[in-house]
Design a protein around this ligand. Sequence first.
Ligand SMILES: *[C@@H]1O[C@H](CO)[C@@H](O)[C@H](O)[C@H]1NC(C)=O
Ligand SMILES: *[C@@H]1O[C@H](CO)[C@@H](O)[C@H](O)[C@H]1NC(C)=O
Ligand SMILES: *[C@@H]1O[C@H](CO)[C@@H](O)[C@H](O)[C@H]1NC(C)=O
Ligand SMILES: *[C@@H]1O[C@H](CO)[C@@H](O)[C@H](O)[C@H]1NC(C)=O
Ligand SMILES: *[C@@H]1O[C@H](CO)[C@@H](O)[C@H](O)[C@H]1NC(C)=O
Ligand SMILES: *[C@@H]1O[C@H](CO)[C@@H](O)[C@H](O)[C@H]1NC(C)=O
Length: 363
Amino acid sequence: MYFIQTIILTVFLEVTKGEVCGCKSIRPCYKRMLDKLLLDDEDACVENVSVGVNTVTIFLKAIKSYCSNTVKVYENLTTTENRNLYEVVINGTKPNVKEDETLPVIVLDAGQDAGTETVAFALYVIEQLLACAENRDMIRNVRWVILPSSNPDGTEYSRNEMETWRKNCNNINTKSYGVDVTRNFDESWNNCPANKNIFSQKYPGRVPNSENETIFIMEVLNKYKSDIKTYVSLRRDGHGIFYPYASKNITFSSIEKVKKRAGDVAAKVNQRAGGLQWFVNDSIFNMNREAHCGHSVDYAINKLNIPFSFEMRIFSKTDDEILSNFQSLPKGHEVTLRAGYFSGIREIYNSIMNERKQKKQAK
Ligand SMILES: *[C@@H]1O[C@H](CO)[C@@H](O)[C@H](O)[C@H]1NC(C)=O
Ligand SMILES: *[C@@H]1O[C@H](CO)[C@@H](O)[C@H](O)[C@H]1NC(C)=O
Ligand SMILES: *[C@@H]1O[C@H](CO)[C@@H](O)[C@H](O)[C@H]1NC(C)=O
Ligand SMILES: *[C@@H]1O[C@H](CO)[C@@H](O)[C@H](O)[C@H]1NC(C)=O
Ligand SMILES: *[C@@H]1O[C@H](CO)[C@@H](O)[C@H](O)[C@H]1NC(C)=O
Ligand SMILES: *[C@@H]1O[C@H](CO)[C@@H](O)[C@H](O)[C@H]1NC(C)=O
C-alpha cells in the first residue's frame, strides 16, 4: 500500500516537474538546481519571485553553479553603488562543431531605464533558454548574450521610491542627480537640444559615455560586434517593437529587411498573447514623436553596423503619461504577455536561422 502510494506520488511529481516554469520538459542541470532549491523551500520559477537586485544575484549564482556547461556569467564592471553589471553568455555545444565555427549572437539588454519588469523578463528568458529542453536548438545554434540588469542602482531606487525614476544613481547622494543611461551613448548625442537640467529624468549626462552602465553595454556590443545578428534593448512602459532611428526621422538602405523582421515579431507576439492585437511596430522616432538622442540602438547601427537593432517595449502601465500611443492592457495578463513576448524573442531566433538556410542554399 505504502509502496504503491510512493510510486503514484513519484509519477505525479515527474509529470508536474515536466511542466515546471512553463517548460514541456526540464534539462538535467536545471532539474538538479530545482530539486535543491525546492528542498530549501525556495520558489522554483524565477517568474514567481519579485525582482530586486538580490534576486538577480542569487539567480545568476544558482544557474552558474548548476549549468556551468551552458552558461557563463561575467561581472567586470560595477556601478556607483557598487553593484555588479552582469553579462550572461549562454550557448550549448553543437555536435561535430568545427574549430573555427562562430555562432551567431543575439544580444538582449534590460533595465537601462530603471524598470523592474524588463529585468524580470530578462531573467525569464534566461530561465526558458536554460531550463526547457524544447528550447535546446535555440542555445545550440545561437550564442545569447544577456545583460539582465544594466542599471541596477536605478532599478533598485525606482523599486523603493515613490517617484518615477528612469536614471542611474551617479552622484545622487552628493548632488542629487543621476544620468539617463538611455540618452548617454556617444551617437547623435548633440543632435537634441542641450538638456542641462540635472533634475530632469531625461538628463543625458555632462558628456556622452560618462556612465559605467553606458560603457558596460558599449563594451559588450563591441566585443561581439562581428557576430551580432540582432540587438534588442528591452524597455518598460509599452507594448511593441521599434526599429532605428531614435534620433532622426530618416531611413537607411537595409531598412525594409529590418522593418519586416519587426513586423514578423509583432505578428508572433500578437498571435501568442491571447488575441490582444496590440503589439505594434514602428520606428523609435515615430513612437516617441520626437528625437531620443544618445540611444543605444542608434549606437549599434551607426557605430557598429548592426542594422537589426531594436527597442522592445514590454508591460505597458496604464497610468503613465507617455502611454497615449499604447492600448492599456487588461490586468491579470502577465503570464500570457510574458509567453507572448518570449515567442517574439523566439521569432528573432527563427528569422536568423531562416536567413542562414537561405544563404546556404544560395551558395
Ligand atoms: C509559478 O509560475 C508558474 C508558471 O511559470 C505557474 O504555473 C505557477 O503556478 C507559479 N507558482 C506560484 C506559486 O505562483
Ligand atoms: C570580463 O572578464 C572576462 C574574464 O576575466 C573576460 O574574458 C571578458 O572579456 C571580460 N569582459 C569584458 C566586457 O571586458
Ligand atoms: C566604474 O567601474 C569601475 C570598475 O568596476 C570602478 O572602479 C569605478 O568606481 C566605477 N565608476 C563609477 C563612477 O561607479
Ligand atoms: C559554446 O560554449 C562553450 C563553452 O561555454 C564552448 O566550449 C563551445 O565551443 C561554444 N561554441 C559552440 C559552437 O559550441
Ligand atoms: C507593423 O506595422 C505596419 C505599419 O504600421 C502595419 O501595417 C503592420 O500591420 C504591423 N504589423 C503587425 C503584425 O502588427
Ligand atoms: C516621420 O516621417 C514620416 C514620413 O516621412 C511621416 O509620415 C511621420 O509623420 C514622421 N514622424 C514624425 C513623428 O514626425
